[in-house]
Design a binder for this molecule. Structure first.
Ligand SMILES: *[C@@H]1O[C@H](CO)[C@@H](O)[C@H](O)[C@H]1NC(C)=O
Ligand SMILES: *[C@@H]1O[C@H](CO)[C@@H](O)[C@H](O)[C@H]1NC(C)=O
Ligand SMILES: *[C@@H]1O[C@H](CO)[C@@H](O)[C@H](O)[C@H]1NC(C)=O
Ligand SMILES: *[C@@H]1O[C@H](CO)[C@@H](O)[C@H](O)[C@H]1NC(C)=O
Ligand SMILES: *[C@@H]1O[C@H](CO)[C@@H](O)[C@H](O)[C@H]1NC(C)=O
Ligand SMILES: *[C@@H]1O[C@H](CO)[C@@H](O)[C@H](O)[C@H]1NC(C)=O
Length: 244
């Protein structure tokens, strides 16, 4: 199974290389990495999410990751009406750190296409929290290309694809993903739900100083097959070389 997945992935990689080099042959110099803010601004209904990406600095992290990561990024972008349908004060009741976690909860540290959701295994790790321990997971179920997401508190589905290329996929959500770890019932010895007494008075538009541990998230995806990968990769390069 592992082996099979590996081979499939490598075939995609080979195809990607062939397609990419074909494009390089045809087109002028490639543009730089995609810019999450610019992508969302262009779509026009994500003003609150953009503001939160800025205030939490998660937007900068995403742009850095896009410039440095081979795994790409997946972003679930809640619309402005998703944010405005939250109970009032929801965002302001969070600490800076919780706001960072909430926004990172909308990010997967690797790219997932719509069809790849069909084979992703639950629970799906997000960028929030300590990725290695799988904190802040969410679950995905699919029927064909319809993708449902549940956090344990919110059930929603991907409304549409806002943007996708080889590095970045951005999906529109009609609800904000509320993580159980922040909004769930307080569990003994676990992080308690936000207490009103800790209520943060500042508005979300302000820039909190809280920075996150972006923990250099590594996608678990298919990096286990380095050896076979090397062989197939070499084969691909050689075959490309011959084709020119
Ligand atoms: C991304 O786009 C935003 C808005 O268009 C711009 O302000 C910002 O400088 C861009 N960031 C990078 C890294 O290009
Ligand atoms: C991407 O990274 C390279 C070097 O790692 C840097 O020169 C370039 O300015 C970066 N581009 C953006 C858009 O951040
Ligand atoms: C997704 O959610 C909708 C609405 O709750 C439901 O009708 C549908 O069966 C769900 N699909 C999957 C794949 O869970
Ligand atoms: C997510 O899926 C895992 C594994 O199937 C399950 O143990 C967990 O309870 C699910 N969580 C939610 C919130 O659905
Ligand atoms: C989400 O879906 C699960 C099972 O599909 C259901 O038990 C739960 O009540 C739903 N939660 C909400 C908030 O709709
Ligand atoms: C939450 O705040 C209330 C006062 O508003 C206080 O009585 C209670 O002890 C606090 N709970 C925790 C867990 O801090």
């Amino acid at each position: 199974m592992q082996h099979f997945t590996c081979v499939i992935t490598l075939l995609f990689l080979v195809q990607f290389i062939v397609v990419t080099s074909a494009q390089l042959a045809d087109s002028p110099a490639p543009a730089g990495p995609p810019n999450i803010t610019a992508v969302l601004e262009k779509a026009g209904e994500f003003g609150t999410f953009i503001r939160l990406l800025k205030s939490t600095h998660v937007g900068d992290q995403i742009n850095n990751q896009l410039n440095n990561s081979v795994n790409g990024i997946t972003v679930f972008a809640p619309t402005d009406s998703a944010f405005s349908s939250l109970p009032s004060g929801t965002m302001n009741s969070l600490t800076d750190q919780q706001q960072v976690a909430l926004i990172q909860f909308h990010e997967l540290p690797y790219i997932v296409s719509i069809s790849q959701f069909q084979t992703i295994s639950n629970p799906v790790r997000t960028q929030a929290g300590d990725v290695n321990n799988g904190r802040y997971p969410l679950n995905v179920t699919t029927i064909g290309n319809s993708v449902n997401i549940t956090t344990g508190i919110v059930n929603t589905s991907i409304a549409s694809t806002v943007y996708s290329d080889s590095q970045l996929a951005v999906y529109k959500l009609d609800q904000v993903l509320l993580p159980l770890e922040i909004f769930g019932p307080p569990a003994p010895a676990a992080a308690p739900a936000p207490n009103k007494s800790k209520k943060k008075e500042s508005s979300i538009a302000e820039s909190p100083s809280g920075t996150s541990d972006s923990s250099g998230a590594t996608a678990a995806v298919n990096l286990k097959c380095t050896y076979e990968g090397g062989i197939v990769f070499a084969a691909a390069v050689i075959s490309l070389w011959w084709s020119y």
